[in-house]
Design a protein around this ligand. Structure first.
Ligand code: TRP
Length: 333
């Protein structure tokens, strides 16, 4: 399947906690849209997930749930390679090599590390610090051209480029393909329903802040009803109204309509209308996906088959890149 000259697109999501509407609109939907234009690699990064403590049963189950959700959302495992990071040992192996070409200074400047280490308190895992290096390995193993990610991950892609260029300078321009981030214009950043200045995050402790892809229709409606809006009553696309803006961008991401058109359709209407309509659109987007994901989640034999095939394909490609690195660096293989 790799014998084409399509560009290579790769992305991944952590299987910690339950995926949210933000993951669907910001990431998974874009993957689905592009899966036939590009040669695609999509995976669940469970090795990244253990940079903070995970319950073993939860982690295993969330990994299956993530894979079931990707398939239910429309990722076709015959077209795109779908796999789980821990089943492709080349990721951990390349990460070690890259660690030796990454600098303390540049990793210390990563905003996500600064945020997460603050939250982690005293005992910060070294893995949290080298997290972006494992991510660079994820990307560089597959000769990736494009990485669709949320805006918050752009810095990690830039680091990946820096490491790749640094090693290419040492070992030859054809060692690594230098990837580019692909940040979607709309839907890249769905905000928390309870604090619309923060990104909707599956690790947010407040369950009302996120719509989970497992939420029932009633729960979705309740969460949107309780969404924080702003003072005033006019529906405008305005930075001073982050709550309203968030609901408008959710609608825009679901329907594909420009925000300006949506705003115009609310002339003279109130926040309540906007919330009810947004809730219905979210229910329509999530319900079929949720039901299908629930069904697939029980089909362990099928999921294991998909993942086995995915891992085989991934290992074949990743193994070539890794062998090239060993050879250039002078490591016996
Ligand atoms: N760090 C990414 C996130 O938190 C997840 C991730 C890991 C990733 N490896 C990747 C994303 C490779 C894109 C490509 O969202």
């Amino acid at each position: 399947m790799n014998a084409t000259n399509r560009k290579v697109m790769l992305s991944a999501v952590q299987p910690s906690n339950t995926l949210t509407l933000g993951n669907l609109l910001g990431a998974i939907r874009n993957w689905v849209k592009h899966q036939d234009d590009y040669e695609c690699w999509f995976f669940a990064v469970n090795l990244h997930a253990i940079t903070v403590r995970q319950d073993p049963t939860e982690l295993r189950e969330q990994t299956y749930r993530a894979v079931a959700t990707y398939i239910a959302a429309g990722i076709n495992p015959e077209h795109a390679t779908l796999f789980v990071q821990s089943q492709v040992p080349e990721h951990a192996e390349l990460a070690w090599l890259l660690n030796c070409y990454s600098y303390m200074g540049e990793l210390g400047r990563m905003t996500q590390f600064k945020d997460k280490s603050q939250k982690a308190g005293e005992n910060i895992a070294v893995g949290l610090f080298t997290y972006p290096v494992l991510m660079a390995a994820d990307i560089l193993l597959y000769d990736t051209d494009l990485v669709p990610v949320g805006a918050d991950q752009k810095q990690h892609i830039e680091l990946t480029r820096d490491i790749a260029i640094r090693m290419n300078n040492l070992y030859g321009e054809d060692l690594f393909r230098v990837p580019q981030p692909m940040i979607a214009q709309v839907g890249a950043k769905i905000m928390s329903l309870q604090d619309p200045t923060a990104k909707m995050s599956k690790s947010d402790p407040d369950p009302n802040a996120s719509v989970y892809l497992t939420d029932t229709d009633d729960v979705i409606r309740k969460k949107l009803k309780r969404a924080i809006t702003d003072s005033g009553n006019e529906i405008t696309d305005d930075d001073s109204k982050p709550g309203v803006k968030n609901l408008l961008s959710i609608q825009s991401a679901i329907t594909g309509k420009p925000i300006s058109g949506i705003v115009a359709s609310y002339a003279g209407k109130m926040y309540g209308h906007l919330k009810v309509d947004t809730a219905e659109l979210v229910v329509q987007a999530i319900a079929p996906l949720r039901d299908e994901a629930n069904r697939l989640y029980e089909e362990r034999t099928f999921l294991d088959q998909v993942l086995r095939k995915g891992a085989d394909r991934a290992r074949e490609r990743a193994g070539k890149t890794l062998a090239r690195c060993y050879d250039r660096i002078g490591l016996l293989k």
